[in-house]
Design a protein around this ligand. Structure first.
Ligand code: ZN
Length: 96
């Protein structure tokens, strides 16, 4: 998938920034970028108890437990959370 595809998509500005940054984060980041874009995984915000982020199979989404107005989409912490939750959408077992 290309960066242009993401830039021209209907994704939020937050998603676009996070995805473009992921695409530049080495092989691991690029793999996550490909998975999320190819599978149209949504990245959004939702309050969650006890977790920085969660994945949702039914919604095909990663929910960040953060304040959207105060969260930097390019921060390594945020990108790591997105990448981690995406591994669950790809079938990694829950429990961590
Ligand atoms: Zn986990």
């Amino acid at each position: 998938m290309t960066k242009e595809y993401v830039v021209n998509s209907k994704r939020s500005e937050f998603e676009k920034k996070a995805l473009l940054k992921l695409s530049q984060a080495g092989k691991a980041g690029k793999d996550v970028f490909e998975y999320i874009v190819l599978n149209s995984v949504k990245i959004d915000f939702k309050w969650t108890l006890y977790a920085g982020a969660v994945w949702d199979d039914e919604e095909n989404a990663v929910h960040l437990n953060m304040d959207p107005d105060k969260t930097d989409p390019e921060s390594p912490w945020v990108l790591n959370l997105i990448a981690h939750e995406a591994t669950h959408l790809q079938g990694a077992p829950p429990g961590h």
